[in-house]
Design a protein around this ligand. Sequence first.
Ligand code: FE2
Length: 314
Amino acid sequence: MSSRTPRRQFLKNTSLAALATSFLGNLPLQGRSNLAQPAAVDCAPTTLDLYGQGPFYTPNAPLLTESLLATTGEPGTRLVLSGRIVSITDCLAVIPNAELDVWHANDAGAYDNNGFNLRGKVLTNSQGYYVFETILPGKYLNGSRYRPSHIHFKVTPPGFPALITQLYFEGDTDIPADAAASVTSGTYNASFRIIPLTEGADGKLEGTWDIYILGDGVSSVPDLHLDKGIIYSLGPNPFRDRVAIFYGVFQRALISLTVHDMSGREVAVLEKQELLPEKYTAVWEPPAALPAGHYFVALKVNDLQVHYLRVLRQ
Ligand SMILES: [Fe+2]
């Protein structure tokens, strides 16, 4: 059984195809000009926010399952954020297993300071990508003014110090008067932390934000074809009954998303049709009779296997 959620205009103002290609290691640095953010200086570190961590951080937030920061019943406009964590010592290297500890206000502008609603952690995958779905944060008063809609990030590459900062959204009318979001130079420059959002066909907003930070980067495996498509994440992993797979297609092509056992035998076809360049979600609910163990989910573009991720069924 499978379902998918196409999100249109995925490539409207950010070319993830170019973005994926740019870290394959075979492009000159000026390829970075195609990245999601207007990177004025190659590998310029992502900046701190003037307001720092703010007063509403709660430690020990749970790891997200199915990449959902907001439950499906959470009021508000759905928002899907994705991007990469890139090493500032090597612009073409990405950082796997970096932890993003994320928190933000609900649609009404309130933080959950008792529990972990709209708080959670997500890890980058082996290609340095993260993805999560949440809602557009509401605004709250800071003195007599509303702070612009923002998401707090605490990003920790393995073995390196955390970067604590905030992300804003283009067109927010409260940015110019906000002491932090309006900073355009220096240590707290927020210019590259204001991202455009586009609306998908399913009504969800989409944004891409790459984070440049000190950490141990790895170059992507050259025999993958991540300029054509990628599986961003799957989860929960391990799983028992149901696993969600987030993937992106970067060119119009015949796309197949299949599941194989460790001997290579195909055990499920989650998608097989021509698709447009967008982000998609598939769900695998294997029959109870399928044995526990490791499986791998494979993404093919015109019969070329571009990526796979392993998943453990318990
Ligand atoms: Fe905040």
